[in-house]
Design a protein around this ligand. Structure first.
Ligand code: AOF
Ligand code: ZN
Length: 417
């Protein structure tokens, strides 16, 4: 967090207006994909708010344009607060840099620079024309509100939120495998709200076999397009009767290249995606390691041919059955989803798949619903995450703690504090 002195009660004017722009940006959550969420506040030359705007849907007017329209002539000589650097390109709409210039804006305050080569350059163009441009105000807040799109734009892969529900002792199922209703109806409704915001909802085959989830966002949430359902089914074990094949939303099964096609003949409810396996299982033999192979997406690769069968999983999650040939290269799976304009993935179970995502460095945010309950035995919420000593702990930064009905929701992100 920025080091705000304790005696500052009201944020200074600039920060207050940018905080409002961040608040406006958040209104676009769930409807702007594959575009960012962006908010904008415009002050007149006298420092009074003249216009507000946010980006509401991809292809619609950018936040700056919405705010400029509201401000009209009052924008002349004024200041614009924008959560993302104004674009300088003509895409589905004209460049915001030129719209701000045409309106006579004298000063632009930007929270986060635009990381895309396509649209960046707005700040430079504004400066060239004598506009004062400052960057970085409330950057952390603006990063957080637009985390999904910024991850997608910077890394070329979707942002991944791993959600789980557990007891206070971190268990997601009882010893006999039963796992329903650990958290309250309020918590489950909250999950549906978060699902509806995501472009894709993902689960592992273990969860599909154990719980037969629908992986849809219910009930009747406003978003137009239903999130894509993705099942990571390395070995092609999805049963033809699985609810994810009910046709209520598009479904993709991610399979290893060598796995059998599990879909019934003529099935139109789902598509297949072939993804190489990932040899990320910790080895306990003396096979030589090749830690110097090229990286992709910043994820260290451990050895060999991506099509090479991984060594058998040690331990494994009995309830979820593990896989027969090792997991998929999840970085490649995510890149393939990004190609299909999936900006955000909501990963729901199970423990084995979540562990693989963590091992491959591909979890960006964790949302934990904790019920004030104890089990003392049963399956842990998280499987093998590649940690053998405390030095390998996956540390997170806590962003939010909210009570949801009788339960607790914790939101944390990976990355430096
Ligand atoms: C938005 N909304 O408010 C701002 C954006 O697809 P286009 O042509 O509308 O352009 C999208 C790009 O414009 C986007 O990726 C981002 O780099 C930039 N700024 N985009 O959708 C906005 N300010
Ligand atoms: Zn723009």
């Amino acid at each position: 967090e920025s080091a705000t002195p304790a005696h500052v009660v009201e944020p200074a004017g600039d920060a207050r207006h940018m905080a409002r722009a961040v608040e406006l940006a958040a209104r676009g959550h769930g409807t702007t994909s594959p575009n960012p969420v962006v908010g904008c506040v415009i002050l007149d030359a006298g420092g009074r708010v003249a216009g507000e705007g946010f980006h509401a849907y991809a292809g619609g007017p950018h936040a700056e344009v919405v705010a400029l329209r509201e401000a009209g002539e009052r924008a002349r000589g004024g200041t614009a607060y924008v959560t993302l650097e104004p674009c300088d390109h003509t895409g589905r709409t004209g460049p915001c840099s030129r719209a701000l210039l045409a309106a006579g804006i004298a000063r632009v305050v930007v929270a986060v620079p635009d990381p895309t080569p396509k649209a960046a350059g707005g700040s430079a163009r504004l400066r060239e024309h004598g506009v004062a441009v400052e960057t970085g105000l409330l950057a952390e807040e603006a990063e957080r509100v637009n985390a999904e799109w910024l991850t997608y734009a910077r890394l070329g892969r979707p942002h991944v939120t791993w959600k789980f529900a557990a007891t206070l002792d971190g268990r997601s199922a009882a010893a006999d495998g039963t796992s329903q209703w650990i958290t309250s109806p309020e918590a489950r409704a909250d999950v549906h709200r978060l699902r509806a915001r995501a472009d894709a909802i993902m689960a592992g085959i273990g969860t599909v076999l154990a719980d037969d989830p629908r992986l849809t966002a219910r009930p009747g949430l406003p978003e137009g397009r239903p999130p894509l359902r993705v099942v990571v089914d390395s070995d092609g074990r999805t049963p033809p009767t699985a609810r994810v094949l009910d046709g209520e939303a598009p479904t993709l099964l991610a399979l290893a290249p060598d796995a059998p096609d599990p879909l019934p003949a003529g099935c139109r409810a789902a598509g297949l995606l072939r993804v190489p396996r990932h040899d990320d299982v910790p080895r306990h033999d003396d096979v030589p390691r090749h830690d110097d192979v090229p990286r992709h997406d910043g994820v260290p690769r451990h050895g060999g041919d991506p099509l090479h069968e991984a060594v058998p999983r040690h331990g494994g999650d009995l309830r979820h059955g593990g896989g027969s040939g090792g997991g998929l290269d999840l970085g490649l799976l995510l890149r393939e989803l990004a190609r299909r304009e999936v900006v955000s993935v909501f990963l729901e179970g199970g423990p084995t798949l979540a562990g693989s995502f963590l091992r491959q460095g591909l979890v960006d945010r964790v949302v934990a619903y904790l019920a004030p309950a104890l089990l003392g035995s049963g399956a842990a919420a998280l499987g093998d995450a590649g940690v053998t000593g405390i030095a390998g702990i996956h540390r997170l930064v806590l962003d939010d703690v909210t009570r949801v009905g009788p339960d607790l929701r914790l939101t944390a992100r990976t990355g430096p504090a």
